[in-house]
Design a binder for this molecule. Structure first.
Ligand SMILES: [Zn+2]
Length: 452
């Protein structure tokens, strides 16, 4: 199939005006000017999107699709309070709820032009949703306990689950990894155990240095977050938590427990980092998922993105939990990231729209070490391609497609989402075999349960 549009954005190189992409057997076979490709492949079925951009699908470097049904539930609380309230609400969900909640997330992802997700989860519900919806992804089995005596059992269970998940998924589209639970919910031996397990290259993702509360908990052992979380876990009236101040930053802390040694580590957030931390992350070739909208929503701060890039760290954008961001819209994510960085930065590290598009696609693919397969429109890569409408009154005229995409588009502008050569969304309808009405009816039932 020959896809044509006013703009083709390979991302790995400058955009092509009046371009085309040839897709065959799920792969990108050619990219170039449409007149040339039409002449070269005369019999090819052609689809012309007009004043639109064809580009690689977005790679969401960090999400929790399972939390989709929680969107808007706790929308006016800072990180620690939000996290604790959310944990309580999550207990109300059954496995069936989690699958349907994940399906809502998968459907939104595909509708938003996201073709790959990197999802942290403790159940296989998001994996099931990805399989049913056709989404590509890396699913990190979360593991964590604060009790030393429970660490071995928790790790063994996680390793067993990873094997089972690997066996029941299509390895072409789905990869399985492991995620130690956040620093304030994990005994340090969990990090050691994960580091040993993932020395073979198993993908690892870890929330790291996100909130001020986490930073203070690790460094000083005395944030309201730690006291509250411990009291909540053990029942009110218990003494102070059994936690000693470590005196180091969160990055140093996981470094001390060996986590930075793993070959494929994605650190999520990295807001509360200093120059030494950034040096350590760079030295160990740790990738970072920057989640600007979530960090802003939960008053976590702003990650020093330009410093990451200066240090040659692999960086991608992540949208994070819909329970925080409400919508999983990569276009809003890019816009917020760009404007926050410009607002706080200086002219010397001024971010361009082109850079943001790269961070949401190829940059994220590099961060996840899947850029050999996805992230750009290059010959031989998987045909994970989206078409974005740029013909609306708020977009005309389009002088530069990258700028129009970042500053004017939203998820409603997606005209097509293709994953592995298969069109899963055509701008109006999901084409995969999913009973959408049933899923949304279930969402309403879950809403009532969560409200109570
Ligand atoms: Zn997260």
């Amino acid at each position: 199939m020959l896809l044509c549009a006013r703009y083709v954005l390979p991302v790995s190189r400058p955009h092509i005006e009046n371009g085309a992409v040839l897709v065959r057997d799920g792969k990108i076979v050619d990219v170039g000017y449409s007149t040339k490709l039409k002449t070269m492949y005369p019999g090819e079925e052609t689809r012309d999107f007009g004043l639109a951009a064809l580009m690689p699908g977005f790679v969401d470097a960090h999400t929790h699709m399972q939390s989709s049904v929680m969107r808007g539930l706790i929308s006016d609380a800072p990180y620690a309070a939000w996290n604790l309230l959310l944990a309580e609400k999550e207990k109300l969900l059954t496995y069936e709820d989690r699958v349907d909640s994940s399906m809502i997330g998968a459907l939104e992802a595909i509708k938003s032009g996201i073709t790959t997700v990197a999802d942290i989860t403790h159940s296989d519900a998001p994996l099931t949703a990805a399989k049913l919806s056709g989404l590509r992804g890396i699913f990190y089995r979360e593991v964590g306990t604060l009790e030393r005596s429970e660490v071995e059992g928790a790790l063994d269970q996680a390793f067993a689950d990873i094997e089972t998940w690997r066996q029941k998924t299509d390895s072409e589209k789905i990869e399985i990894g492991i995620a130690p639970a956040p620093l304030f919910s994990s005994h340090p031996q969990v990090f050691k155990g994960v580091a040993e397990y993932a020395a073979d290259g198993t993908p690892v993702a870890c929330h790291l240095a996100g909130s001020r509360e986490e930073y203070e908990f690790i460094r000083y052992g005395s944030s309201p977050f730690s006291v509250h979380s411990r009291e909540q876990e053990r029942g009110f009236g218990i003494d102070m938590p059994p936690w000693l101040a470590t005196g180091v930053s969160p990055v140093r802390y996981v470094l001390n427990w060996g986590l930075l040694e793993v070959p494929n580590l994605l650190a999520i957030h990295c807001v509360q980092v200093d120059d030494d931390d950034i040096d350590k992350l760079a030295e160990h070739d740790v990738a970072i998922a920057v989640c600007s909208r979530c960090n802003a929503q939960l008053a976590m701060g702003v990650a020093p993105l330009s410093k990451f890039i200066e240090a040659d760290i692999r960086v991608g954008l992540g949208i994070d939990s819909p329970a925080a961001t409400s919508s999983s819209d990569p276009l809003v994510e890019m816009r917020i990231a760009l404007l926050l960085q410009r607002a706080l930065g200086s002219r010397s590290d001024f971010f361009s729209a082109t850079q943001m598009v790269r961070l949401a696609t190829l940059g994220a693919a590099e961060a996840l070490r899947i850029d050999d397969k996805v992230g750009s429109l290059d010959i031989g890569k998987c045909a994970d391609i989206i078409a974005m409408d740029l013909s609306n009154s708020n977009q005309a005229p389009t002088h530069d497609p990258n700028s129009a995409i970042v500053h004017t588009a939203t998820q409603d502008n997606i005209l097509m989402t293709m994953i592995g050569g298969e069109i899963l969304y055509d701008g109006r309808n999901h084409l995969h075999d999913v009973d959408i009405q049933r899923v949304f009816a279930r969402a309403e039932k879950m809403r009532l349960k969560l409200k109570g």
